[in-house]
Write a protein that binds this ligand. Structure first.
Ligand SMILES: NC(=O)c1ccc[n+]([C@@H]2O[C@H](COP(=O)([O-])OP(=O)(O)OC[C@H]3O[C@@H](n4cnc5c(N)ncnc54)[C@H](O)[C@@H]3O)[C@@H](O)[C@H]2O)c1
Length: 394
């Protein structure tokens, strides 16, 4: 079978997804790429020998040698670029979040439906071994029916990753409850088997807002903007984005449409980076310790007790063959996209769920910027939801 020919829009940090997808002779290869930034284009040329590299995304979208498009650009550009690709009849992979407002999400879904072109949103966490392990434990009934989920996200590299470029600006992300939490709100919805219908949040810019060491507008990021062991504590950060108007701490409460109550907390100035999920059912509780290879999910379900470090069951997070990219999630995500772009069918990721995670994040952001007032999350048009739930057919 010939390779699926991929056109790539945006080759920054997340260019890793394009490199993962480039498997000449093994199902998919990159044949065209567009990025505004000459540095990005220079890096792309040797990574994809023979690919057409250009500045204008339209040349990629309209290229007859492109079968499907990967949208890997900043968040506020996703919806327009995805719609252009869909209108050109090219199946599209869009990075999360699907868009930075609810209306744009709905427009992308509607365009996919109207054009009959396949839409895929890259929520890679649905392919993360730790998430699948938790979901399997829940589905086996080990903790009974899920009643409440509490997620804590310690974003240890927050200063490097989110406060040194466009991520720090509401203009580009709306807020980090979309940019960052869209992943976890989606997983939380998946584990609970429901969508948020009511949300309330508090948040603040507590640490990075006070740091005066900003770059001048237009000045590029320094080469050492990210280091594994450096830049700690946060006040030693240098070269922050000229504009910082997103929150670095957010606390969100959610009620889902099936009655589940959930909480999500995000902090960008912790020393360590990981996510901790606690899921409590009506017959037990699970919690993850570590979220990559070497981590474990522990279950307590046999009896009541005081503090008990020893769980009733412990499951190691499986190590996958290709451990690259988010605990092995990225290669699996690309496998699923390539299969879907070619053949269609159901997928573990879901455009409807992607829209619902953005919708919850948008309303939570509104809540935290208005003193914590509760907000209703609008449901998706049921007819549109049904189209996607059928696997984008009919
Ligand atoms: N799923 C994940 O785990 C994950 C991880 C990191 C980033 N992301 C998402 O991936 C996307 C890209 O993030 P990043 O960190 O790579 O950003 P980045 O800033 O490093 O790279 C974005 C690139 O897009 C280019 N660009 C912007 N507008 C363009 C346009 N109209 N046409 C062509 N190129 C354009 C920029 O020049 C830049 O090179 C974001 O939406 C982000 O949220 C997802």
């Amino acid at each position: 079978m010939p390779d699926l020919r991929l056109g790539v829009l945006g080759y920054g940090l997340r260019g890793s997804i394009a490199r993962t997808a480039h498997r000449p002779g093994a199902g998919a290869r990159v044949t065209a790429l567009a990025d505004h930034d000459p540095r990005a284009r220079a890096e792309a040329a040797p990574a994809f020998p023979g690919a057409r590299i250009c500045t204008d995304h339209r040349r990629v979208v309209e290229d007859p040698d492109v079968d499907a498009v990967l949208v890997l650009t900043p968040d506020h550009t996703h919806a327009d670029l995805a719609r252009e690709a869909l209108k050109a009849g090219k199946p599209v992979f869009v990075e999360k979040p699907l868009a930075v407002d609810i209306e744009s999400c709905d427009n992308v879904l509607r365009t996919a439906r109207e054009t009959g072109t396949r839409l895929y949103v890259g929520h890679n966490m649905r392919h993360m071994p730790v998430v699948r392990l938790m979901r399997d434990i829940i589905r086996r009934g080990e903790i009974g029916a899920v009643r409440t989920i509490w997620v804590r996200h310690f974003v240890g590299y927050g200063g490097d990753w989110y406060f040194k470029d466009w991520h720090a600006e509401q203009r580009c992300t709306n807020g980090l409850l979309l940019q960052k939490a869209a992943h976890d709100i989606d997983v939380l919805h998946w584990l609970a088997d429901g969508y948020t219908e009511r949300v309330q949040a508090l948040g603040d810019l507590m640490v990075y807002g006070d740091n005066p060491h900003r770059r001048a507008p237009g000045e590029p990021k320094t080469d050492d903007w990210y280091t594994k062991d450096g830049h700690w504590p946060p006040h030693t950060q240098r070269g922050l984005n000229p504009v910082i108007d997103v929150e670095d701490v957010s606390l969100v409460n959610m009620r889902l449409d099936n009655g589940v109550l959930a909480a999500y907390q995000q902090c960008h100035f912790t020393p360590d980076y990981w996510r901790n999920y606690t899921v409590i059912g009506d017959a037990g509780r699970l919690e993850n310790f570590g979220d990559g290879p070497g981590g474990a999910v522990r279950v307590w379900n046999s009896r009541r007790s005081g503090y008990r470090a020893e769980p009733d069951a412990e499951y190691r997070v499986p190590t996958v063959e290709d451990n690259a990219g988010h605990g092995g999630a990225d290669p699996l995500l690309i496998d699923e996209f390539v299969r879907f772009a070619r053949d269609g069918g159901l997928t573990d990721t879901s455009p409807v769920a992607a829209r619902m995670s953005v919708a919850a994040g948008v309303r939570a952001t509104e809540s935290l910027r208005t003193g914590g007032t509760p907000r209703a999350v609008p449901p998706l048009d049921p007819e549109l939801a049904a189209y996607f739930e059928r696997g984008q057919t009919g």
